[in-house]
Design a protein. Structure first.
Length: 183
């Protein structure tokens, strides 16, 4: 099986982000068939269509970088029952210029993480709505709504064994999904 390059997009900019910790755990659990890197989004200014002719360097860099990956894994919190603005902004930046979206065709995975019991269900499905328009085949199963996350870590270490086992099965399924949809 070829090694597939995966961009990991974390929807939280917070330093002690649980989503970042879950993303890092997924990266540790992944087999050698996935080469995963976190692609930062906090440096991207708010998208303004007026700047299309002279895009900020950070936009061009982000778009070119995303184009180099075989798939994208989104790991995000839910803000007000939807995705955080920082993630929406990054998705919008990557989707332009019109007709040259960096996202198009790349297989995607969605993980939502929250201290709450619903596990970011609203954000998960709002994101999935975007993925349809972005032409990104999103893995349907297993779904990943990680609730109650505040009690699952000691430092950066995921100590909840059943969640760890679930994340392991999730990332293995995602590897198979990416392989199935790779160019
Ligand atoms: C939240 N949080 C939250 N949680 C949730 O389950 N559903 C929600 O709709 C919201 N809404 C929301 C709005 C805003 C503006 C903030 C700042 C937070 C709580 C959120 O899940 C919690 O802060 C997580 O810890 C954020 O993820 P990170 O930063 O730990 O990865």
């Amino acid at each position: 099986m070829a090694t597939r390059k995966i961009a990991v997009i974390v929807g939280s900019l917070r330093q002690q982000s649980f989503n970042r910790k879950v993303a890092r755990t997924l990266m540790l659990l992944a087999g050698p068939e996935l080469d995963m890197e976190i692609v930062e989004i906090g440096q991207l200014p708010l998208y303004n269509e007026d700047d299309d002719a002279t895009p900020p360097a950070s936009y061009t860099e982000f778009r070119e970088r995303i184009k180099g990956y075989d798939g994208v894994l989104f790991v995000t919190p839910e803000y007000n029952r939807s995705v955080p603005g920082a993630l929406k902004n990054a998705i919008d930046v990557g989707s332009r210029p019109y007709g040259h979206s960096a996202w198009s065709g790349k297989p995607a995975g969605v993980v939502t993480v929250s201290p709450g019991v619903i596990g970011g269900f609203g954000a998960n499905h709002h994101l999935r709505q975007m993925l349809v328009f972005l032409n990104m085949p999103a893995m349907a199963q297993p779904e990943a709504y990680i609730g109650g996350v505040a009690k699952m870590f000691e430092g950066d270490n995921l100590t909840n064994e059943s969640t760890k086992a679930f994340l392991h099965s999730f990332i293995d399924a995602f590897a198979a999904w990416v392989e199935r949809h790779a160019d």
